[in-house]
Design a protein around this ligand. Structure first.
Ligand code: G6P
Length: 609
């Protein structure tokens, strides 16, 4: 989603800004722009499409400045046009970039129009630029102008303002959309994500909700939401930006699919042994909190939500704790009941998803006993605001469609199930079987990845299809949901997932030879039921693709193609069966020629609601 980079320095900052934008590219965007101040001149360049189009448009004349801001935009208000791209400006003097949504922008627009300001774009952001220009006429001080302006904003913003008449400063403000200040020597920076600034600094100040800051080359002044000047601690980041390049892989997504055995090894390392799990693995006092926990609410979005649904099956079956899972955007806008001793668990790859963060903040008000974030980004807002946190060690995930982040979430949630189960009297047999399953995971994943050629071959049959149906039962139902999500995200084929028992309640009406049915069928107590579901589809002329182990006794024939997945222990089966579905969607997308790593209209990190 939208990305921000800003700099104030003695040197030309254009390359720093463009490199920062490149590092944020994977998040998804549709246009990019940069504003630079040089000797009281303001130049703005914007382009729709990729950052490379912006780079190509920058030359000797417009590509110099010692203070500047840059932005990648993911359209919310107003179409994907150059005019709507950021930076926005006012009076050819102020330039503004903004992440988030100013919800009262219509009111502000009409108020500013009455004052004589002319709007050129359809965006909510342009109201920020004109607002600051209006305030500046009264205060003459950029920091004061921004402090006054934010009082009138409703909604979410991470915003950076520069003024050609005050060329040695940036003023930034954060509310509901993250901003981090990067500290250099004789130069300072700002970005929506620390990763954008790694080439220039590792020292950061994370702004807090409601902060407004003035940044010069040598100083940072922060005013908190109460209007007081405050000191915020600077920290040294140890976050690894290890995405590297694609190596020999054609896409990041494929690279990330193949990284899964290794990143799961990392996630398990020094946490799981054959004897058990490290004490208080999920944070200080987590064992005591788990012992007290009577009810778990899991909150997440997208793929992370599917990890949560899988965990519900595990937590209730193996740990004996009542658990509900809810999509963050639903939870945050309804009245919910909180039983005593409830634990809130959020799951998020980025730790910056707006709805998940809002849900966490609401849960605190509702009186949850404690909160735990399962997250892939250390130092993210979700991690900083939760009482306990647990890092999935997937490394940087670049592909918008989540793969390795999902399976490391699942491995972490299995550890959580054992950890909570231990406090709730889980039998030693169940515990050792789950531990053995976890330890076997990396090798089983390697064996499963060997199915790649067979699945690539099968993908050919999907290329001309418009619809598909994914079926699963028990803890494989969320895996079917995740398989359907992957296929629609990157191949744009309509895909729905159903719990197989629901077939007769509607989806059977859709079955014909043009609607492939994908079945995840592990060998467990639900296998017989699944055999019946398969027969129901066959009787209606459906074409099936079944992922099952050899002992499940599915045979390929003219209406059914069976792909044999390695045998594995029950608890880890959902993780293993995820792999063939990831590969299937990848190869279908490849045949269809879509933008696999940055699918249309989607963003990696959804920082607005
Ligand atoms: C976006 C991404 C998905 C991700 C979801 C939740 O939709 O494209 O891949 O699952 O956000 O993101 P989170 O970072 O909270 O896991």
């Amino acid at each position: 989603m939208c990305g921000i980079v800003g700099a104030v320095a003695e040197r030309n900052v254009v390359q720093i800004l463009l490199e920062g934008l490149r590092r944020l590219e994977y998040r998804g965007y549709d246009s990019a722009g940069v504003a630079l101040i040089r000797e009281n001149n303001l130049s703005i360049v914007k382009r729709t499409g990729k950052v490379q189009a912006l780079v190509d448009a920058i030359d000797e004349d417009n590509g110099k400045g010692t203070t500047g801001v840059a932005h990648t935009r993911w359209a919310t208000h107003g179409g994907v046009t150059e005019v709507n791209a950021h930076p926005h400006y006012s009076h050819d003097r102020f330039a503004v970039v903004h992440n988030g949504i100013i919800e009262n922008h219509k009111y502000l627009r009409s108020e500013l129009t009455q004052k004589g300001f002319e709007f050129v774009s359809e965006t909510d952001t342009e109201t920020i630029a004109h607002n600051i220009a209006a305030n500046m006429a009264e205060t003459g001080d950029l920091l004061q102008a921004v402090l006054t302006a934010v009082k009138g904003f409703e909604g979410a913003y991470g915003t950076v303002v520069i003024d050609k008449q005050n060329p040695n400063e940036m003023v930034v403000a954060r509310s509901g959309s993250p901003l981090v200040i990067g500290l250099g020597i004789g130069e300072n920076f700002v970005a929506s994500d620390q990763m954008a600034l790694f080439p220039v600094t590792r020292r950061f100040i994370f702004l807090q909700e409601g902060d407004v800051a003035k940044i010069t080359r040598t100083s940072v002044t922060i005013i908190d939401s109460d209007g007081n000047e405050v000191e915020r601690e600077a920290t040294e980041s140890n976050v690894q930006h290890d995405a590297g390049d694609k190596g020999t892989y054609r896409h990041y997504m494929l690279k990330e699919i193949y990284e899964q055995p290794d990143v799961i090894r990392n996630t398990l390392k020094e946490r799981v042994t054959t004897d058990g799990l490290t004490d208080n693995l999920f944070g200080p006092n987590s064992d005591v909190i788990f012992e007290k926990t009577n009810y778990i609410k899991i909150i997440a979005c997208g793929t992370s939500y599917h990890a949560g649904v899988t965990a519900k099956y595990w937590l209730e079956q193996y740990a004996g704790v009542h658990c509900d899972v809810e999509i963050a955007s639903e939870f945050r806008y309804r009245k919910s009941f909180v039983p005593d001793n409830s634990l809130l668990i959020t799951i998020s790859q980025s730790g910056e998803t707006a709805d998940t963060l809002a849900a966490l903040r609401l849960a605190k008000e509702l009186g949850y006993m404690s909160s735990l974030a399962i997250c892939n980004v250390d130092g993210s807002s979700l991690v900083r605001e939760s009482e306990m946190s647990f890092m999935t060690k997937a490394g940087t995930e670049v592909g918008v469609a989540s793969t390795k982040a999902f399976t490391t979430q699942l491995a972490s949630l299995l550890m959580l199930t054992i950890s909570i189960g231990q406090q709730k009297g889980m039998s030693s047999d169940v515990k050792s079987s789950m531990l053995a399953g976890l330890s076997s995971l990396p090798t089983k994943l390697e064996e499963t990845l060997a199915l790649s050629d067979e699945i690539e071959d099968l993908a050919e049959e999907f290329a001309d299809k418009y619809h598909s149906l994914f079926l699963g039962r028990g803890d494989q139902y969320p895996i079917a949901m995740e398989g359907a999500l992957k296929l629609k995200e990157i191949s744009y084929i309509h895909a729905e997932a159903y719990a197989s028992g629901e077939l007769k309640h509607g989806p059977l009406a859709l079955i014909d030879a043009d609607m492939p049915v994908i079945v995840v069928a592990p060998n467990n107590e639900l296998l017989e039921k699944l055999h019946s579901n398969v027969e129901e589809v066959r009787a209606r002329g459906g074409i099936m693709y079944v992922f099952a182990d050899k002992e499940s006794q599915f045979e390929s024939d003219e209406t059914m193609r069976v792909v044999n997945v390695p045998n594995c222990k029950d608890a880890i089966a959902p993780i293993i069966y995820t792999i063939p579905l990831q590969l299937l969607s990848y190869y279908v997308a490849l045949i269809k020629g879509t933008d696999v790593d940055q699918p249309r209209n989607l963003a990696k990190s959804v920082t607005v609601e």
